[in-house]
Design a protein. Structure first.
Lengths: 184, 183
């Protein structure tokens, strides 16, 4: 029970401090599940993130289950999902109940403009950590560069980019293994 | 009856929207067309509120749409209907992942996936910078630069990169600065 509460509150904090969608939860996820508790490794986080993007449904929920199911079972996964959902549910119900008020408070808008700047900096820091982990040779540098440009130009669906990267990874590894095999 | 319909519609969105909260948007516009639950312009307000409040976007949208339709209970039902498909599908994925994690092909796939994820989030970061540092009502990039935000960013980034403090700290400080200096 104590463990479940710990999971719930870790993901409650993640849900409460994610502004604007699944990608901006990465800095919070890194802090709560890699740095603070050591539940998973940095590499696992980015593996799960790739998977979470390809699955249907919400990235936040997919991440919560992917991280917590193997470690803490179905109950742990459920606690994580409840935790990540609860802050939004409460805040939105509160705002909706007194709409016209909170959404147009001037000081609140100023606060959010500031928060968006911090979120941008935090996401850049998350990218730096992911790059250190994922870019291990020339081939992976090319893959990350191509993925970056393709999404920036907004020409290809991110799900397709992820699938192509998986195929590229398999192809590159196979090719280099075969070449090494011939040399020996 | 409205609750069953809400559950059905949001369960469907949770099942078919691949790629996170923004992927749910086309489905929500479709809902606005087919039901008198909320209008297109209410949906736009909803997006603005969901973008500027904490929490995953899709959940915010479901709660808000459900509340608009049938009050607090509607908000709760829509949210859980949206979450359930992800929950069960990912439980399934976990079983397969466990079985295939040691498979060399899966390992090779992740060798390609890790740098791609970094690149994808990098592109997202560029988009975030655009939103947070530039005013949208200007056309020229330099004219639209929000100098206050740019200065805050230039000050924050080295701190964020150097000190591994909890994100809450940076978010709190940025919110305070936003209020004090009227961003």
């Amino acid at each position: 029970m104590k463990r479940l509460l710990q999971i719930f509150f870790a993901f409650f904090r993640i849900g409460a401090l994610t502004f604007g969608g699944g990608y901006s939860m990465l800095p919070m996820l890194q802090k709560e599940t890699v740095d603070k508790t050591g539940w998973i490794r940095e590499n696992q986080l980015s593996d799960y993130y790739a998977l979470a993007q390809c699955e249907p449904g919400l990235i936040a929920v997919n991440m919560a289950v992917l991280i917590c199911r193997p470690l803490f079972g179905v109950a742990g996964a459920a606690a994580a999902v409840l935790g990540v959902v609860m802050p939004s549910l409460l805040i939105i119900l509160l705002i909706a109940a007194c709409l016209g008020g909170a959404a147009h408070l001037v000081w609140l808008e100023h606060a959010f403009s500031g928060i968006r700047v911090a979120v941008a900096a935090l996401v850049i820091q998350a990218v730096v950590r992911l790059l250190k982990n994922g870019v291990v040779d020339k081939a992976t540098a090319v893959i990350s560069g191509v993925a970056f440009v393709l999404l920036l130009l907004d020409v290809v669906n991110p799900v397709l980019i992820i699938l192509a990267a998986a195929l590229a990874g398999i192809g590159v590894r196979r090719f280099s293994q075969r070449r090494r095999g011939k040399r020996i | 009856m409205i609750y069953a319909l809400l559950f059905y519609e949001f369960f469907k969105i949770g099942l078919f929207a691949v790629g996170g909260g923004l992927a749910a948007l086309p489905f929500l516009y479709d809902l606005a067309d087919r039901y008198p639950w909320f209008s297109d312009s209410q949906l736009t307000d909803m997006i603005a509120i969901a973008e500027s409040t904490p929490g995953p976007l899709g959940i915010n949208m479901a709660t808000f749409a459900g509340y608009q339709t049938s009050g607090v209970l509607g908000g709760i039902i829509a949210t859980f209907a949206l979450v359930l498909p992800s929950f069960f599908i990912t439980l399934l994925v976990c079983r397969f992942l466990h079985r295939f994690a040691a498979n060399p092909v899966v390992e090779d796939a992740f060798y390609g996936l890790r740098p791609a994820v970094a690149g994808l989030i990098g592109a997202v970061a560029v988009g975030l910078l655009e939103i947070s540092l530039f005013r949208t009502d200007h056309q020229g990039l330099l004219w639209g630069l929000d100098y206050k935000a740019a200065i805050l960013f230039a000050a924050l980034l080295p701190l964020v990169l150097k000190f591994k403090k909890h994100p809450i700290l940076y978010i709190g400080v940025a919110a305070a600065i936003g209020i004090i200096f009227k961003f």
